[in-house]
Design a protein around this ligand. Structure first.
Ligand SMILES: [Zn+2]
Length: 204
């Protein structure tokens, strides 16, 4: 058998496994891995009832009417995805790694599904399901965060930046406080005492 074919196939299977674990629907996995619907259904959705159903996300309309937390979290995912792409990784790897990073950042109550992340990345780069980009990533002139906006928008102020709005609303919005809890600073004294105790034990 052609080795490169075998390697490509094994790689696609590994990618499909990661997508399935992150909650992807079969359609998303078909685009990301290049495997067929039949192969994916047999391998990952033997119980058809367990496959995610319903209409796939359509982000250009959704994003512009989405609430502040959804727009913020979409921007966190897309800016991570973009950074990984800029390091030279392919879109599939950037999607999976970027989504895992997003889950680690927004672990309290993640609002962006893997299928949504796939749709956002597609509309960002003009790939998989679309031919031309619908989104671009802008850097806010005030807080320097990167956020998603429409490809034809060129705002010169921070009036569209979800991060500036979030910071503004944080003190009086319990929903935002719950989604992004301020993590307690580590107790430096305790760490230092621990290091001293450890070094004493090692030298003694
Ligand atoms: Zn900002």
């Amino acid at each position: 058998m052609d080795t490169s074919y075998a390697e490509r196939h094994i790689r696609a299977l590994g990618l499909a496994k990661e997508c399935a674990a992150l909650g992807a629907r079969i359609r998303t996995m078909e685009y990301v891995t290049g495997l067929t619907r039949g192969q994916l259904a047999r391998l990952f959705f033997a119980d058809r009832k367990s496959a995610p159903r319903g209409r796939p996300p359509d982000s250009p309309d959704w994003y512009h009417s989405a609430n502040l937390l959804n727009r913020t979290e979409a921007s966190i995912f897309v800016s991570t995805y973009r950074r990984i792409r800029e390091l030279g990784f392919g879109p599939a790897e950037a999607l999976v790694s970027g989504y895992k990073h997003y889950l680690a950042v927004c672990r309290v109550h993640p609002r962006i599904s893997f299928d949504r992340a796939f749709d956002l990345a597609s509309h960002m780069d003009g790939l998989w399901i679309v031919r031309a980009p619908n989104f671009s990533l802008l850097t806010c002139p005030v807080c320097a965060s990167q956020y998603v906006t429409s490809v034809c928008a060129h705002p010169v102020t921070n009036h569209e930046c979800p991060f500036c709005k979030l910071v503004n609303r944080y003190p009086r919005d319990p929903r935002i406080q719950m989604s992004f809890p301020v993590s307690a600073l580590p107790d430096v004294t305790a760490i230092q005492l621990g290091v001293i105790a450890l070094s004493k034990r090692m030298s003694g």
